[in-house]
Design a protein around this ligand. Structure first.
Ligand SMILES: Cc1cc2nc3c(=O)[nH]c(=O)nc-3n(C[C@H](O)[C@H](O)[C@H](O)COP(=O)(O)OP(=O)(O)OC[C@H]3O[C@@H](n4cnc5c(N)ncnc54)[C@H](O)[C@@H]3O)c2cc1C
Ligand code: FES
Length: 317
């Protein structure tokens, strides 16, 4: 297994907002430049880890920018930090060591993400991170099959970019699914051979296939069924292939079933509501099988996860 130098090191630091760009009706791309402490902490952070952001002091956007469905929730106080993965970590060389830029893709869901809409270049945020364990990248890995559902996509985009930069020998393919094409946090474009592809993966040289439940783009149906078709046609070698999945829990459960069907190991990135993000409050339990048959125990999504071996997870369905 690849060893992460400095794994487990985390801290509190600030980040300057470079840009906060709307990419779809409810999706934004936030670019942050970390201070020297954050930059050092992120030097070795691998994909699948996350940060907790303090958003309590931000103002609400103007009333006409608040989606009607969120008008009541908008005024709820934000006491707790909110967890976000990153879709890219960029190192910019500098005289006193590299400066790190983080890219976060976020979806407007409630009071905290609504307030994130107001972030503008020059604003400062306080972050804690990098948190969690991240995806395993075994030395034997030759083929990575990424399966993203809805907003599960950001850490898989980071993983794709990371593999291209650090493990170029690994062949990577991405399957991204959503209810409808409007719910995909990516830019769709026509690929050379395969029909619709995702621009963000295309620029990395990673082939991608799109699935939508309503058939508005790409394969009509679940993203896991799209991946199943590809696995049947390509029969990747179980000894050197890993499935990485991130998205809603039912999709993760289906990705786990799919991987089992093809005898492939699978890493699932789980989501839980997180109060502290650092293993103190016990609010983010995930039920995991132990080595004793029929026995389970609870692990913490923020500290032991968010990435788990799918064979061990008892999914909440
Ligand atoms: C490890 C991790 C990484 C994440 N990465 C991203 C990311 O890259 N981009 C992104 O947009 N979001 C990400 N999230 C989710 C993000 O933290 C929530 O969308 C955010 O906290 C919502 O805050 P809010 O106050 O706007 O809405 P809230 O009022 O807190 O939430 C609105 C509704 O969204 C659902 N929800 C919110 N958070 C979670 C959760 N953790 N698990 C299950 N359901 C939830 C609930 O139904 C809730 O009622 C991540 C969550 C985790 C745990
Ligand atoms: S969020 Fe507090 S223990 Fe995980």
């Amino acid at each position: 297994m690849e060893k992460e130098v400095g794994a487990g090191h985390k801290g509190s630091f600030t980040a300057k907002v470079l840009s906060n760009q709307q990419i779809r009706e409810c999706y934004y791309r936030l670019n942050l430049k970390l201070d020297p402490i954050g930059s050092r902490l992120f030097e070795t952070a691998k994909p699948g880890r996350f940060v907790e952001i303090d958003l309590a002091g931000l103002p609400l956007p103007p009333e006409d920018k608040i989606p009607p469905a969120l008008r009541d929730a908008a005024y709820r106080q934000i006491l707790l930090r909110r967890p976000f993965s990153f879709s890219d970590v960029i190192f910019v060389p500098g005289q006193n060591g590299p400066c790190v830029k983080l890219e976060i893709l976020y979806c407007i869901l409630g009071p905290a993400t609504l307030r994130m809409m107001t972030l503008a270049g020059g604003d400062t945020l306080n972050l804690i991170g990098p948190l969690g364990n991240g995806f395993a990248l075994p030395d034997t890995l030759k083929k990575a099959v990424l399966i993203a559902g809805g907003m599960g996509a950001p850490p898989l985009l980071h993983l794709g970019g990371y593999l291209k930069r650090h493990r170029p020998e690994v062949e990577t393919i991405c399957f991204a699914g959503a209810k409808s094409c409007e719910d995909l946090p990516f830019t769709l474009k026509i690929g050379n051979l395969t029909g619709l592809v995702l621009e963000e993966f295309d620029v990395l040289g990673i082939p991608s296939l799109v699935a939508t439940d309503d058939g508005s783009a790409g394969f009509r149906g679940f993203v896991t069924d799209c991946a199943r078709r590809w696995l049947r046609d390509n029969q990747p070698n179980p000894g050197e292939t890993l499935v990485y999945a991130c998205g809603p829990e039912p999709m993760l459960a289906e990705a786990a079933r799919l991987a089992k069907e093809f005898d492939l190991p699978c890493q699932v990135s789980m989501e839980r509501m997180m109060a502290c993000g650092i293993g103190l409050c016990q609010s983010c339990a995930v039920e995991i099988k132990t080595d004793s048959p029929g026995q389970t125990e609870y692990k913490l999504c923020c500290k032991d996860g968010p990435v788990f071996d799918s064979r061990n997870v008892i999914f909440n369905l």
